[in-house]
Design a protein around this ligand. Structure first.
Ligand SMILES: [Zn+2]
Length: 493
């Protein structure tokens, strides 16, 4: 699945397909069906500013407005009416002016890269290409503003399919529709999930703002972006050993973040960066190919030889995602301190999907993991070592006995490149989790927080990173055996 906007026009449900907080849950199993086949609930009928058809050029039948005369966010009928450039051609998407993103795909879904100022890039489910959705904060929106603050089409916008490439009229909602306002259907259409910034109401029937003012939050919490949060830190409020990051969080002090600004050329389709999006045979197990390319090396280990890397079979979509994230690090972080060089890939699955080592009678991982190409062990990016191959990056003994986890600081960890790699792995909405040692985790969180604040990474990696570690052994499987590698797990059918 791509991470794209899903428009269900008639139901006025506008959502992002990859952001999911369950509206109703049954244990940890995810959302359950909210609507029992009944009609979608009425929306409140409010109409955003600028939708009064008589006031806006181009909203009624009649001659198109002059080429390029309508600003993004405003109502339109035809593509030609919308402002654009050769890099970002104007587009009338379901009756709202916006532009196409530079290139065929978003550099980073939900980020401004490749889009004119005041807009951010998403795809649209069911439609090829990538689009720059206007920010409601800086444009007058003829449609509706969604939970990301983007201007999206609504029932109040319409278009002319004869001169507008993305204009499907007012078709009935797809069967996955029927979710209440501020929510969106799950991929299988069986559940509704609250949009970002909304939580399930007390009676479990609607998605509502968690708060609108501080007094609605518990003691010590403040209302930020309609969510109850701890107050942002100040330069003097963080405990010893931590620092106040631009995000407002106290983070482990790991020294100065990388200087400079993210190179704009580091994007899919340039600088050797391959697209992470898989379109066919995505669940097929393949031998990691090529073995060595931009930013990574799948070197022989754990008994593999150059001619028989039997532990290096992986789903095609996971392979593509790792190649993308490694190439992004090689491009963005070329001049950062640390070893640099290739990311080193470790155990995946065997060719038949079994745990690596099964064919020699010695499965190297617990049952249920590293099967069917969903998982991969990867070396940390390092400092002060010969390369980034899998090895302990911290002291890990106590009284002369190996503890199989870091017992001291990860002195050989390059937290910045490692966090950057993990951040770019979040490009895929199918990323399930990235696990690491309990002493590595806080450093990665600190680095990722700062990289997000400086624009090196964006999207889910920043808003809801899927990182896992155990500072003490909670029995979740991350505490031991991750002092020499991180573990990625990606879902997918
Ligand atoms: Zn693993």
């Amino acid at each position: 699945m791509t991470c794209a906007r899903l428009l269900v026009l008639s139901a006025l449900v506008l959502a992002i397909g990859c952001d999911a907080s369950p509206l109703m849950t049954a244990g940890d199993g995810g959302g359950v069906a909210l609507m029992d086949g009944g009609p979608p609930p009425d929306t409140d009928g409010s109409v955003p500013p600028g939708t009064d058809a008589g006031d806006v050029p181009g909203t009624d039948a009649g001659p198109p407005a002059p080429p390029g005369s309508i600003a993004m966010g405003a109502a339109c009928n035809c593509d030609s009416e919308c402002e654009g450039t050769s890099a970002n051609p104007g587009l009338c998407l379901q009756g709202v002016c916006m532009t196409r993103a530079a290139g065929d795909a978003c550099v980073t879904v939900g980020a401004a890269d490749g889009c004119p100022t005041g807009s951010r890039c998403w795809g649209l489910m069911g439609t090829d290409g990538a689009f720059c959705w206007p920010d409601c904060a800086t444009s007058s929106c003829a449609g509706a503003c969604d939970s990301d603050g983007s201007c999206v089409p609504s029932d109040a916008t319409s278009c002319d399919a004869s001169c507008s490439a993305v204009c499907t009229g007012t078709e009935p909602p797809p069967p996955t529709g029927g979710c209440p306002p501020n929510s969106h259907p799950s991929e299988d259409g069986m559940s509704c999930y609250c949009d970002d910034g909304f939580v399930v109401s007390a009676d479990m029937t609607a998605c509502v703002r968690e708060c609108t003012m501080d007094s609605e939050c518990g003691s010590g919490l403040v209302c930020v972006d309609n969510s109850c949060r701890t107050p942002p830190c100040t330069s003097t409020s963080c405990p010893s050993g931590t620092m106040c990051a631009a995000s407002g969080d106290c983070v482990v002090d790991i020294g100065m973040p990388p200087t400079g600004t993210p190179p704009s050329a580091c994007r899919v389709g340039s600088m050797g960066i391959p697209d992470w999006r898989c379109t066919s045979d995505c669940g097929t197990l393949v031998s990691f190919d090529p073995r060595r390319a931009s930013g990574y090396w799948d070197y022989p280990l754990n008994g593999e030889t150059e001619s028989n890397q039997y532990r290096s079979y992986i789903r095609r979509d996971v392979m593509m995602l790792v190649r993308y994230a490694a190439a992004m690090v090689a491009c963005q972080a070329g001049s950062w301190p640390g070893n640099g060089g290739d990311l080193a890939l470790g155990d995946m699955s065997e060719a038949d999907g079994s745990i690596p080592g099964t064919s020699i009678g010695s499965p190297g991982h617990p049952a249920g993991t590293h099967v069917n190409g969903h998982d991969m062990d990867i070396g940390y990016f390092q400092v002060g070592t010969a390369n980034n191959q899998l090895r302990p990056i911290c002291p890990h003994t106590s009284g002369g006995a190996d503890q199989y986890h870091c017992t001291g600081d990860p002195v050989n960890l390059d937290p910045w490149r490692t966090a950057l790699f993990m951040g770019h792995m979040h490009a895929s909405p199918n990323l399930r989790v990235i696990g690491m040692d309990g002493r590595v985790g806080p450093m990665i969180e600190s680095a990722l927080t700062q990289l997000c604040a400086d624009g090196w990474v964006s999207g889910t990696a920043c808003s809801r990173p899927s990182l896992a570690f155990e500072v003490t052994d909670m029995g979740r499987g991350w505490f031991a055996f991750h002092h020499h590698h991180l573990h990625i797990s990606v879902s997918g059918s």
